[in-house]
Design a protein around this ligand. Structure first.
Ligand code: ZN
Length: 766
């Protein structure tokens, strides 16, 4: 399409310039062209809707009572749906012709296809196709790389995914890279190439295991025909780094985590067309009732895939953020804490009791119905219940929340983590591996340390055990069994070097330890030796010890006269390189400032609030004070909340502060809080699935009343009175207390603020 016809004016400072005619035209690829396309297509949609309203165009639905489908536009593709009849194709043609006449566009008959459902008879298909001049097809091919109709999936369907991953990996000449380099590339390829397919459908098992196999082979350096040994079990490689793995994602769980995102969006989305169609076609129910998830044979492979994600991921880890409490089950749903309350009861619930909703156990002006709760829960749960309320004010509904994320929002990463969570008791190697990956050393050195931690370095001792070699004696010194600790430390070739490098204070211990505690201990020592952290020099010494030993075996040892000097120089080089990198991430400058509480302007009242949680979550309190422009006490309160997190305690402080200020008919209120997180929630809002949203909503309800409220963040040093009140609350009984005059314990703080006394704080300047 080239736009050349019309004359154009430019609006310049509100006035039209002289008319001009664009001469170059507007072509495909011009940044304006998609907008023009959308504008045109909107007109086409109007024509279609008009025709439907006039009962000419008959849209289809996938089953009774479902949303009707007539047209879908995506980017520059157009799909039209209608009843299969010659009369209908004429109506469609008429609409299209009208549109073409008006817009000057043309339908490309060659590029268009008609797809018939299976029960349209052959003669009818032919006459519809003949009437329209458009060819029929039984295969819509691929859309954005995914096959559109998936009758039966098999590994051939996704052969292309495999081909792309394998060609991408083959493109990197695996053998010229270190294993550490291949690890990075494996992760990069796996996290890009198959992502689109994996987020739309569950790939066949054969495809997934082929993907794993490709990454495995690439990682260990196998290539066509040349199989290399896989030193560490694949399952282990796929554990997170801190658990002794390499953090490669295993394909089948990655696939489930990705597809579960569709399921999550479906449960959240009540309005989009796709969600409405799927909901009604597959009778999608609520997250608490699973009857609709029982698999049926006639379901499409796409839907079956989504359901696997739904059942294995979403329904396993979803929770609720309570609004009005009408959708959340008090005992069986996850809503107050990570576990459903049923799992935290101290006495069994009466079997007859139907499972009540949260709303059922809440009374409007009386809070929780303790008579029905107390007998079954611990004091701790009771205190936790005290920190939340059911929102009977704003009409907010209960919302699904994704429990593995603290903010309630679904992410593929957290879904993968919850799928692969390993709850079996582990050996305490976690700290060992966190040291391995923390050492400032080149990636290939860390990788080697990882291999040693997994005890899979090949030595003569192991070779002999596996009958790969006749002798287990060290080929360097010929004086001892070649174990790993021999190679890395005890062989005279190395021990001589170590005794000249190891700091004197470590000498005694150094040669006594067993291999793992030797590595662990030395990798944790960051004291400087000749300008490098000892952990770095040690790691580099270990790595070269290994290299020199291998060089000896394969007869390719480089001449290196002074190995002690060499290790020291290498460490220095590495340390300097890393320091250079770190220097590029410029640290924000800090300055010392004196911070003091500042009274409000005349005519304003200042509210300072604060919350405290001992344990986060743990016993929690809040407090707040109102002061005028002289710094005089105008009211204040403390609250012993129960048990909750620090941000929730902060929000309770804000809520009660706003409430007492409103009740005192204060017209202009300035609120100061020392939590940036909470200030952010109050100023820019909060996601509906966030566990704190119920209280933020209640605060917003107060802020939006007919008064002026300003909210700002202050440093802790300017919020001492509120902080003092919150701490004071720990000595008081549960609940709310307000004070007409300052509690005597805090009079000193109040007077300090009046005098403007300041406290020192080092402040970041951006
Ligand atoms: Zn030796």
């Amino acid at each position: 399409m080239g736009v050349t016809g019309p004359a154009m004016h430019v609006l310049w400072n509100g006035e039209k310039t002289e008319a001009f005619t664009p001469s170059r035209g507007l072509r495909q690829g011009d940044p304006l062209s998609p907008y023009l396309f959308v504008l045109c297509m909107e007109r086409l949609c109007h024509l279609i809707e008009e025709s439907i309203a006039g009962r000419q165009w008959k849209p289809i639905s996938l089953s009774r009572g479902e949303p009707q489908l007539s047209h879908i536009l995506f980017a520059d593709d157009l799909i039209l749906f209608a009843e299969a009849s010659v009369a209908q194709i004429r109506i469609i043609r008429r609409v299209l012709e009208k549109f073409c006449m008006a817009s000057g566009q043309k339908v490309s008959l060659e590029k268009s296809k008609i797809y018939f459902s299976a029960n349209v008879p052959r003669e009818l298909r032919d006459s519809i196709s003949g009437e329209s001049g458009i060819q029929q097809t039984c295969d819509l091919g691929k859309y954005l790389g995914m096959p559109v109709l998936q009758k039966r999936l098999n590994k051939e369907t996704f052969g292309e995914v495999i081909a792309r991953v394998s060609s991408r990996m083959a493109g990197w000449k695996g053998r010229t890279l270190s294993t550490a380099g291949r690890l990075t590339l494996t992760k990069a390829v796996l996290s890009s190439v198959p992502v689109h397919s994996m987020s739309t459908i569950l790939l066949p098992k054969a495809t997934l295991s082929k993907l794993d196999q490709l990454s495995r082979n690439f990682l260990w350096g196998s290539s066509d025909g040349k199989q290399k040994q896989h030193l560490v079990d694949w399952k282990r490689v796929c554990r997170p780094k801190c658990e002794g793995g390499l953090g490669i994602r295993q394909s089948s769980d990655t696939n489930k985590a990705m597809i579960s995102k569709v399921g999550w969006r479906l449960l959240q989305d009540q309005t989009s067309l796709w969600a409405r169609v799927l909901r009604s076609k597959y009778k999608v129910g609520s997250a608490s009732d699973r009857s609709w998830t029982a698999s049926k044979n006639h379901w499409s492979s796409t839907w079956k895939s989504i359901l696997v994600g739904m059942k294995e991921v979403i329904l396993e880890s979803h929770g609720w953020v309570v609004g009005d409490g009408r959708s959340t089950h008090f005992w069986t749903d996850r809503w107050l804490t990570e576990k459903p309350l049923l799992e935290r009861t101290i006495a069994s619930l009466p079997a007859t009791q139907a499972t009540p909703l949260v709303r059922d156990l809440w009374q409007n002006n009386g809070g929780w119905r303790w008579d029905q709760i107390t007998p079954f829960v611990s004091e701790e749960v009771k205190l936790e219940l005290c920190s939340v309320v059911v929102d009977t004010v704003t009409g907010a509904e209960d919302r699904l929340a994704w429990w593995p994320s603290p903010n309630g929002e679904f992410t593929v990463k957290s879904a993968y983590a919850s799928l692969t969570r390993d709850e079996s008791p582990r050996q305490s190697m976690d700290t060992f591996f966190s040291r391995v990956w923390k050492v400032a050393a080149p990636e290939r050195v860390s990788f080697f340390l990882w291999l040693t931690g997994n005890q899979c370095i090949m030595t003569n001792q192991k070779r002999k055990r596996r009958h790969l070699s006749d002798s287990d004696i060290c080929t360097v010194c010929k004086g001892g069994v070649e174990t790993l600790i021999h190679i890395l430390r005890d062989c005279p070739a190395m021990s001589g070097i170590w005794s000249r490098i190891v700091p004197i204070r470590r000498q005694q211990d150094f040669f006594d330890r067993s291999i793992l505690s030797w590595l662990y201990d030395n990798l944790g020592e960051d004291g400087l030796v000749e300008g490098s952290p000892w952990s770095t020099m040690f790691a580099i010494g270990v790595w070269w010890g290994w290299k020199w030993c291998c060089g000896n075996v394969f007869g390719e040892n480089r001449k290196c006269r002074d190995r002690v000097r060499f290790i020291k120089d290498q460490s220095k080089e590495v340390t300097q390189a890393i320091e250079k990198c770190n220097a590029q991430n410029i640290k924000p400058a800090r300055v010392d400032r004196m911070i003091a509480w500042v009274p409000p302007e005349v005519g304003w009242i200042k509210l300072n609030t604060d919350g405290a949680s001992r344990g986060n979550p743990g016993p929690a309190t809040a407090g707040g004070a109102l002061r005028n422009n002289y710094g005089d006490w105008c009211g204040g309160f403390v609250l012993n909340i129960g048990r909750c997190t620090a941000p929730l305690a902060e929000l309770w402080g804000v809520y009660y502060g706003l409430l007492i200020a409103w009740e005192k008919h204060i017209p202009r209120l300035e609120v100061e809080i020392d939590s940036e997180l909470v200030v952010g929630f109050l100023k820019t809002g909060i996601n509906d699935s966030h566990p704190l949203s119920f209280l933020v909503r209640l605060c917003h309800g107060l802020i939006e009343k007919d008064w002026l409220v300003r909210i700002s963040h202050v440093y802790r040093e300017a919020n001492c009175l509120a902080d003092g009140l919150a701490n004071y609350a720990f000595s008081l009984p549960m609940g709310f207390s307000s004070f007409d005059s300052v509690p005597s314990d805090l009079n000193g703080v109040l007077q300090d603020d009046i005098l403007g006394s300041a406290r020192l704080r080092s402040v970041c300047i951006v």
